[in-house]
Design a protein around this ligand. Sequence first.
Ligand code: AMP
Length: 420
Amino acid sequence: MIKAITGTKDILPEDINKWNKVEAIVRNVMNNFNYKEIRTPVFEETALFSRGIGEATDIVSKEMYTFVDRSETSVTLKPEMTASVVRAFIEHSLGKKYGLNKLFYISPMFRQERPQAGRFRQFHQFGAEALGSDNPMLDAEMIITSYKVMTELGLKNLAVKINSLGIPSSRENYKKVLKEYLSDKFDQLSEDSQKRFETNILRIFDSKVEGDQKIMNEAPVLLDYLDEESKEKFEQVTSLLDGIKIPYEVDPKLVRGLDYYTHTTFEILSGSVGSQSALCGGGRYNLLVEQLGGAQTPGVGFAAGIERILLACENENSLTLPEESIDIYVVRLDKELTQKANEIAVTFRNANLSTELDYTQRSVKAQMREANRLNAKYTLIIGGEEYERGEVVLKEMKLGEQKIFKLNSLPDIISAIKSV
Ligand code: AMP
């Protein structure tokens, strides 16, 4: 028996309405903010991600699904979207075509992580990227749109955390300060953090080890070392959020340890999903396009995990889904009427009514039972004396009311069903 690969999940018909609802809300919010959808291939050249995400990150160093294909090219299943969007942006000269590009996506992602609740190997993200403007309005817009999707899904137990990483020069100054602070505490740091001390010192803030956290709680923070312009930009972002009353918390420990990240960084967390509480993360990356070979172009984006959002929705019981039903079930009393039943069903389907009929020559009773199970609003019964008189019976299922129609007046039946 071959099973789905560990860390991957089937989305079954019984769950699909939830997914469609999330996707519909994403599309609607993105449309309201005038973001255009982009779809990129599931796999890319490995170098795109190692350069576009950073060799020092967990994603690139430990989690990518990378393989050499039959033409000896190293390819990788996309672990996130920003690098792919930026590649497409450069490849198709979108910056020259449109100036500001506001893009969104909904896509599967792949990371070989240890599977647990809220952590999968194939998972799905929606997200947005705005390329071509350094205006803090767009930093705020990333938070506004992602937060809007979550509140439209009825989520309440949310926390928005925001920080600024400034520009690389102020960050370099700050790193020296942090290094000095940590140098006499080096021996108390965990092994991982000791490694990060050399490779990526900011990421020690991400450590989950209690001892590390204690030390980092007392550490000087980057926010206090920002240059004036970065401070001003950060204030603009927070005042834009204040203006539309999005609650947020400044978290000076929210860092991203890569050089091309600049200014805003943010996360939206849920108090309803246990330890994997980050639903969404984002920030500004003014140096990434250049790093990937394009012209200097400021960019900002976010990515949100759909599985985790759905878990939060489930735990908060926040999703109201419409009851599943079909418009009409065509019941035939006699198997000789199969062709007629099929013709009628196709006519209904062409008229945009969701229609079902029996495919297994079951008894009338079984067909009626099936109509009930499918929550059919109506049944059309064909056969018997009525049929010989050129008539059919339309039954409204809730009240049990029946009406006779002429067999050749299907448009009247369609109108009757649609008028309710
Ligand atoms: P990241 O791209 O790592 O900043 O992740 C953005 C969001 O994607 C996270 O906040 C999660 O909601 C989601 N996410 C990341 N990794 C996984 C995973 N392995 N399984 C499920 N969701 C994930």
